[in-house]
Write a protein that binds this ligand. Structure first.
Ligand code: HEM
Length: 439
């Protein structure tokens, strides 16, 4: 039993009794109490904990909704209306769940952006990052199938359009679509299997998140400077320092989340999905939820390429845009992790963020419409798509070779402790000058 375990020095007691037989409390104390976290985390390090909170909220509200929902094409829409009107606090459960999905993606995109900016995907955290990408794919599948469940017009037509993408695969494509549908159209078997999978996948996500956090704790967290802690002076115990900081972040998040749930619950929604699914009436616009729009834009932007027709090329580009993230740890050849010391890459990071916003904007418009810039949206989408792949496949490998990073501080504590900054402590002279430049 470690010196800091909850049972240490406290003989007897229920905790001690359990811990000596099944050391769960010692484990929690070691991994979440004493876990040596770099002392310089900023607020971007709150988003992993926030993601965990939302995951639990989604599972809890989803379970309660599932108790009232009916996965049958004749009854699904009405059962959701019943939840909204007749079930005690059903409206609250549904709004928490619906808006929770949007906030989940928002938090995860920020969490990923933090990883990109501070180079958290680099050795030795490659697997941690790749498990994150697996989580992202599972989240996308879960969200897509969840959107089908209320059986509104966009549920039905969204499912039809997206599952139909597989028909682009030569020879076997049509067979795959029939297999996915469980028939010759999106119908009752499709709704049923989507409900089953929408219920199952979040638990799979929990499993991968556990692996994600285990992988994190093997080498410890990265930090805004991107350098490894050199000793105890560079870290603080996770509790109480970061449990407090995470709790504060959670309170701020809850304010925003509650603001939407109580005051603008349909802000992320589409009016078309208040209309029950009708296989005979195709809506004028079939758009996915906002968090899929950049990928939707990539799907629609790609033209015919040689012997590959536009549909297949679009599907390949869309899946490729996620797959490329798996390769990121090897595509980025720079030895320096944090953008703080990468003066050129920092610019390109922000250009990539703008590019994703541009793609999202394009995805929400009709490709042939004229954009305010005077060119058709499809052209903007093509530029955005080209830049996306240019960034990952060409820029990152080259930049690592030619960029001259700024000098790194000798240690975290040297860089962040006021005594050292003022020269009142140990290091001064050349190191202090280096730090001044870096700032
Ligand atoms: C359900 C979704 C997820 C949950 C619950 C989750 C949870 C966490 C937690 C608790 C941490 C430690 C705290 C922090 O650094 O913020 C973390 C770190 C990390 N996560 Fe996630 N994560 C999720 C998805 C993702 C995704 C989609 C990616 C990227 C594709 C990702 C990449 C990372 C990386 C690289 C770190 C290490 C951060 C560092 O040390 O700098 N995570 N995650």
């Amino acid at each position: 039993m470690s010196a800091g375990s909850p049972a240490a020095g406290k003989p007897g007691g229920f905790v001690n009794w359990v811990d000596s037989r099944l050391p769960v409390f010692s484990y929690l104390q070691k991994e979440y109490g004493e876990y040596p976290a770099p002392r310089n985390f900023n607020y971007w390090w709150n988003f992993g904990a926030l993601a965990m909170f939302i995951l639990v909220t989604m599972i809890a509200t989803g379970l309660l909704l599932a108790m009232q929902y009916t996965a049958n094409t004749e009854m699904a829409f009405d059962s959701v209306q019943r939840i909204m009107r007749d079930v005690n606090f059903g409206w609250l459960l549904r709004f928490l769940h619906m808006n929770g999905a949007s906030f989940f993606f928002l938090v995860i995109y920020i969490h990923m952006g933090r990883g990109l900016y501070y180079g958290s995907y680099k050795a030795p955290r490659e697997l941690l990052w790749m498990l994150g990408v697996v989580i992202l794919l599972l989240m996308m599948a879960t969200a897509f199938m969840g959107y089908v469940l209320p059986w509104g017009q966009l549920s039905f037509w969204g499912a039809t359009v997206i599952t139909n993408l597989f028909s682009a695969i030569p020879l076997v494509g049509d067979g795959i679509v029939t297999w996915l549908w469980g028939g010759f159209t999106v119908d009752n078997p499709t709704l049923n299997r989507f409900f089953t999978l929408h219920f199952l996948l979040p638990f799979l996500i929990v499993g991968v998140v556990v692996l994600h956090v285990i992988a994190l704790h093997v080498h410890g967290s990265n930090n805004p400077l991107g350098i490894d802690p050199k000793g105890p002076q560079d870290t603080v115990p996770f509790h109480p320092y970061y449990t407090m900081k995470d709790s504060f972040g959670l309170c701020v998040f809850l304010l925003v989340y509650a603001g939407f749930v109580f005051f603008a619950p349909n802000w992320f929604g589409e009016p078309e999905n208040f209309v029950p699914a009708d296989p005979l009436v195709t809506p004028l616009e079939i758009l996915p939820e906002w968090y899929f729009l950049p990928f939707f834009a990539i799907l629609r932007s790609v033209p015919d390429i040689l012997f590959i027709d536009a549909k297949l090329a679009g599907v390949l580009a869309m899946f490729g845009s996620i797959f490329v993230l798996f390769l990121l740890p090897w595509l980025d050849t720079s030895k320096v992790r944090s953008c703080r010391f990468r003066p050129t890459y920092k610019w390109f990071f922000w250009i990539l963020v703008l590019d994703m916003i541009l793609l999202g904007y394009v995805g929400g418009n009709q490709p042939d419409d004229l954009s305010p810039l005077g060119v058709r949206f499809i052209v903007l989408g093509q530029i955005g798509t080209l830049y996306y792949f240019f960034h990952f496949l060409i820029l990152l490998p080259l930049l690592g070779k030619i960029e001259r990073p700024r000098p790194l501080p000798a240690s975290i504590s040297e860089a962040v402790l006021p005594a050292n900054r003022a020269g009142g402590g140990a290091p001064a002279g050349a190191t202090a000058q280096r730090m001044e430049k870096a700032r």
